[in-house]
Design a protein around this ligand. Structure first.
Ligand SMILES: Nc1ncnc2c1ncn2[C@@H]1O[C@H](COP(=O)(O)OP(=O)(O)O)[C@@H](O)[C@H]1O
Ligand SMILES: [Mg+2]
Length: 243
């Protein structure tokens, strides 16, 4: 599974890492950012500096709280907009919470593929609904359908993680966003963690399983295609790692 995730990062897909508080979103973002090739220019945008990237070309931007007179605040949205002028190959945003979601989508849709971010949500579906809400916070009066369309074309996949009852953190689903059907964004799981039982020590037993669905269109997975091909042909055996 990690192999699949690494290919998705190297293949410049726009990924949304979704999970609850303490599910390990920031930790996973850190791990996945590590797969970004060293030659790419990366801009990171965060509320608090949590990311530890080791690549050579990194610009780190951090938001700033307003001073005592309520001035001088630097908001995430401003940073996202400004980051585009820095000619980044990738934008890594610590966590999207509000209006900056709109600019993030714009960036993802305009040639900054391979952008990564996290979001607080309990399922892939939920994550998309939250992005939609956040875009409306930017107060732009864009019709709902147009917003969904933007989301569907900007985000390639959602990686859902969770903290399970035994305290372990796991990737529980990797879902690809396939497009729109009427008013709805369509998505399909290409990888899931199936919980089977809880053993006597309280540990959750289960299996990581490829659902067998191939990522739908080569367009949605563009530069990754050559690297992915050998993986997908026998993906089922490859990723059925017993816990
Ligand atoms: N896979 C993991 N296994 C064990 N501990 C983890 C794992 N992922 C994250 N943690 C720990 O969980 C805590 C919360 O992780 P963090 O990434 O900050 O969560 P989030 O950003 O989702 O709130 C941290 O103390 C981190 O070290
Ligand atoms: Mg976090």
């Amino acid at each position: 599974m990690l192999e699949l995730l690494s290919v998705m990062v190297k293949g410049r897909l726009n990924l949304l890492i979704s999970g609850g508080t303490g599910a390990g979103k920031t930790t996973l973002l850190n791990v996945l950012s590590g797969y970004i090739p060293n030659v790419e220019r990366i801009v990171t945008i965060e509320d608090a500096a949590e990311l530890q990237l080791k690549q050579g070309h990194i610009v780190r931007l951090e938001t700033r709280a307003p001073n005592i007179e309520g001035k001088g605040a630097v908001r995430m949205r401003q940073l996202v907009i400004n980051s585009l002028r820095m000619r980044p190959d990738r934008i890594v945003v610590g966590e999207v919470r509000g209006e900056e979601a709109f600019d993030m989508l714009q960036a993802m849709n305009t040639g900054h593929e391979g952008s990564l971010t996290t979001i607080h949500a309990n399922s892939g579906r939920d994550a998309l609904a939250r992005v939609e809400n956040m875009v409306s916070m930017a107060n732009l009066n864009i019709p709902e359908r147009a917003v969904r369309h933007q989301i569907a074309s900007a985000i390639h996949a959602v990686v859902q993680i969770a903290r399970l009852s035994d305290g372990t953190r796991k990737v529980i689903a990797i879902s690809e966003i396939t497009g729109m059907q009427d008013e709805l964004i369509t998505m399909q799981d290409i990888f899931t963690f199936e919980r089977r039982a809880i053993d006597e020590t309280g540990k959750v037993r289960g299996t990581f399983r490829a659902t067998g669905i191939r990522p739908s269109s080569p367009i949605a997975w563009p530069p990754a295609a050559p690297a992915c091909a050998p993986l997908y042909s026998n993906r089922k055996q490859k990723y059925e790692e017993e816990e």
